[in-house]
Design a protein around this ligand. Structure first.
Ligand code: SAM
Ligand code: SF4
Length: 319
């Protein structure tokens, strides 16, 4: 079992399969320009499989594939199929902007993907364009429908709430849960990658979100699959759920159960700390051991992340 110096059991790995993205979400950009990784620097499917095998022997039970945009990675379903077969991996999920879901949802479900999270910050076409740089709102909405149709359960919708951008849509976005088995999760805007838009006044806090949601209808606490930092609720009578994630206003670090692997194979114990261990070097030079690397990462995992301390945006770390 992977238990860190503060008694937290680490059983969850988030793996970035690419640093590429076809969107330019305003909250996910860095002031500092980053060069795309050369393809040979990105972990191969076989390398990811080897890392997951070792981590599962150490006690990791849950894997999430992310990016960049993970569905941009060619033949991602082959990786999903490989990981789904690894003994000990009980939960395999993916976070996507939804752009390729219409064509990929069915095959991903067939090869063993269990759960899916889709980013959607607005229901207004113009605002969607402003936030992501793409005029593709309808395509993403169709992708969400297809994910439900092929049987993903739950389908979670991630909303980063930014004051003055989309906070006025909180009720409309949450209303998606009234008639569909979706879990709409509102996330406080985090200061990652020295984002030029971020300042404290742009953070719309979970307490405020909750008040707005309660002004529509009282929230009831419920259990949500997947653990993690989200607190889940529902409006009475609705099919879906509402999640609230408060990385800024609460110390969610004490519940942290995860580590991350960047697209170029760095094991990162904390989202808000740029300490990383180079797993790719271990794999390619056959020097050192993955097991020892995980143990070192565990030792180095800080009690608390320091917001504003990372210079990398979410898409490079693997959100
Ligand atoms: N491209 C995929 C997507 O957008 O779902 C996966 C990668 S994206 C980096 C993963 C998640 O990180 C998304 O749900 C996105 O909303 C979230 N994210 C990115 N930057 C963020 C920030 N500054 N604060 C809060 N969440 C952020
Ligand atoms: Fe791309 Fe996801 Fe970042 Fe948006 S949040 S820019 S879709 S990686």
């Amino acid at each position: 079992m992977l238990i860190d110096s503060y008694g937290r059991t680490i059983e969850y790995l988030r793996i970035s399969v690419t640093d590429r993205c076809n969107f330019k979400c305003i909250y996910c950009q860095s002031q500092r320009p980053w060069k795309q990784l050369p393809p040979k620097e990105i972990l191969s499917f076989e390398e990811i499989e080897e890392i997951v095998k070792v981590s599962s022997q150490l006690g990791v039970k849950r894997i999430r594939l992310t990016g960049g945009e993970p569905l941009l990675r060619k033949n991602i379903e082959i990786l999903v199929e490989k990981l789904a077969k690894i003994p000990g991996i009980e939960d395999l999920s993916l976070t996507t902007n939804g752009f390729f879901l219409e064509e990929k949802a069915l095959i991903l479900k067939k090869v063993g993907l269990k759960r899916i999270n889709i980013s959607l910050d607005t229901l207004e076409r113009e605002k969607f364009k402003k936030i992501t740089g793409k005029d593709e709102l309808n395509r993403i909405l169709r992708g969400i429908e297809v994910a439900l149709e092929v049987g993903f359960n739950p389908v979670k919708i991630n909303v980063v709430v930014i004051r003055g951008f989309n906070h006025e849509e909180i009720i409309d976005l949450a209303k998606l849960t009234l008639e569909k088995p979706l879990e709409v999760r509102f996330i406080e805007f985090m200061p990652l990658g020295k984002n030029s838009l971020w300042n404290e006044s742009k953070v719309f806090y979970v307490t405020e979100i909750r008040k707005i949601l309660e002004s529509f209808k009282k929230l009831e606490p419920v259990f949500s699959v997947g653990g993690g930092p989200a607190k889940s609720y529902k409006w009475k009578g609705s099919l879906g759920k509402i999640g609230l994630i408060s990385p800024i206003s609460e110390h969610i670090c004490r519940y942290c159960n995860r580590m991350r692997i960047t697209a170029d194979g760095k094991l990162r114990p904390c989202l808000f700390h740029d300490f990383e261990i180079d797993l790719k070097a271990i794999l390619r030079k056959r020097k050192g051991s993955l097991r020892e690397a995980f143990k070192l990462a565990l030792k180095m995992k800080p009690e608390k992340g320091e917001q504003n301390s990372t210079i990398k945006p979410m898409k490079l770390i693997g959100g």
